[in-house]
Design a protein around this ligand. Structure first.
Ligand code: HEC
Length: 256
């Protein structure tokens, strides 16, 4: 018996064998529709590199997919609103802290002369720390801020003879903040004194000295009593609201 392997069926006809024809068909690649061609090796290599690098990034930065990343610096959840109509809890920062940090910003106007530590510069600029002017009442301070000082001036037993600029270009709130700052930060306050100067107090000072022309000199400042305070209500350190107002207002009334 002959088989196709050994016997050329078409040999008699002198044409190619079935075996050869099948071989040829097997060698040819099927033609694919345009767009269906296999991706080249370079695409695979590039994709592998991207996956490798991205995987590495994810591994090192995803923190194990832990939910604790939401407790990090870059996300601080807002305070939970009070439940069941509880009384509104104030901002988490007491008013006085805001007031002092604003005062510290205004104090940037003063550091060149009085120094960040409030110690001044010997012979040139008087200190605020240990100064009887800062430790005393608020009326002198308000007056100094609005009109400035010129001529010989004694602070803590030392004499100075320069000029303290007037700061009346700052609004009442800013002056009140910086005075509060220097009194609480550098002053030694009398027992029971909180050192706070309010916008209302500075407003009163501005009205009081509206007609005063030019700078103060030491003698005319000393005419103001050392412990005189500017008129105005004391305020609650937590809320910044004038003290006594809550008691005065009837239950449920709107604040004015
Ligand atoms: C250009 C320098 C200069 C700047 C800026 C300046 N001061 Fe003065 N300050 C003086 C001088 C000088 C005196 C003393 C006045 C004199 O020599 O006649 C003085 C006096 C004072 C005094 C009374 C004396 C004492 O030492 O307690 C106070 C309070 C004061 N300054 C507060 C301030 C505040 C608050 C600021 C910023 C808003 C400020 N000064 C900015 C130069 C300056």
């Amino acid at each position: 018996m002959n088989n196709d392997e050994t016997r050329n069926l078409d040999s008699e006809a002198g044409t190619a064998s079935v075996v050869d024809m099948h071989d040829a068909v097997k060698r040819e690649k099927t033609l694919l529709m345009a767009g269906n061609a296999a991706a080249g090796i370079s695409v695979l290599v590039v994709s592998a590199v991207i996956l490798f690098v991205a995987g590495g990034q994810l591994f090192s930065n995803a923190n194990g997919f832990s939910s604790s990343i939401y407790k990090s610096d870059f996300y601080s959840p807002e305070a939970r609103p009070p439940l069941g109509g509880e009384e509104e809890v104030g901002a988490d920062v007491a008013w006085i802290e805001d007031w002092m940090s604003d005062g510290k910003k205004v104090y940037n106007n003063c550091v060149a002369c009085h120094q960040p530590s409030g110690t001044g510069a010997p012979g040139q600029f008087p200190p605020l720390k240990g100064s009887e002017w800062v430790d005393g009442g608020t009326e002198r301070l308000g007056a100094i801020m609005l009109k400035g000082i010129t001529g010989p001036f004694t602070v803590a037993g030392q004499s100075y003879n320069q000029q303290m600029p007037a700061w009346n270009a700052l609004n009442d709130e800013k002056i009140a903040q910086v005075l509060t700052y220097i009194r609480r930060e550098f002053g030694s306050l009398a027992e029971g004194e909180d050192g706070i100067v309010t916008t209302e107090m500075m407003k009163a000072a501005r009205e009081q000295y509206a007609d005063k022309a030019g700078f103060w000199d030491e003698a005319s400042l000393k005419a103001i009593s050392a412990d005189a305070n500017l008129p105005g209500a004391k305020v609650d350190l937590i809320t910044g609201k004038p003290l006594g107002e809550e008691e005065a207002a009837p239950e449920g009334a709107e604040a004015p």
